[in-house]
Design a protein around this ligand. Structure first.
Ligand code: IDP
Ligand code: MG
Length: 155
């Protein structure tokens, strides 16, 4: 049962917001059956994004990445469910949209690696770190879903 409580951090990036893709991206996680526990609309500071992407600080694209991600509002979300980190990454597709299969978010909605519309945590550990960076504990909502038992076959 504890596996159902795994959480991941998903964000619609500034290009996703500007291109009107918020609803389409949220819809995929909702339709899959994952459980939304946190969501906010904000323009993130460069400071927050530097922390968020600290592992990439030595990469040549890092300054441009921080600039892109802070250039407009994003939708920051926390989704919960069994294997949500791994499955979330499968739903996103590959980092480069050119390598992403149709049916994935990046495969369907974007073209360029530097404008790939969505972020998703790459491990349970990164998810914990990212959720802690973007959300205060009281911004995450604990509630039960009427669909839970139908999704997991526990009824
Ligand atoms: P991920 O978002 O699929 O986890 P990461 O390697 O963590 O990919 O890179 C973070 C973000 O940095 C990517 O989503 C993309 O926006 C950007 N990025 C990665 N590689 C490149 C690149 O080669 N050129 C420009 N931007 C890149
Ligand atoms: Mg990453």
């Amino acid at each position: 049962m504890a596996g159902h409580k795994e959480r991941t951090f998903i964000a619609v990036k500034p290009d996703g917001v500007q291109r009107g893709l918020i609803g389409s991206i949220v819809e995929r996680f909702e339709q899959k059956g994952f459980h939304l526990v946190g969501m906010k609309f904000l323009q993130a500071s460069e400071e927050l994004l530097k922390q968020h992407y600290s592992e990439l600080k030595d990469r040549p694209f890092y300054p441009g990445l921080v600039k892109y991600m802070s250039s407009g509002p994003v939708v920051a979300m926390v989704w919960e469910g069994l294997n949500v980190v791994k499955t979330g990454r499968v739903m996103l597709g590959e980092t480069n949209p050119a390598d992403s299969r149709p049916g994935t978010i990046r495969g369907d909605f974007c073209i360029q690696v530097g404008r790939n519309v969505v972020h998703g945590s790459d491990s349970v550990e990164s998810a914990k770190r990212e959720i802690g960076l973007w959300f205060k504990p009281e911004e995450l909502v604990v509630y039960s879903s009427c669909a839970h038992d139908w999704l997991y076959g526990t009824n």
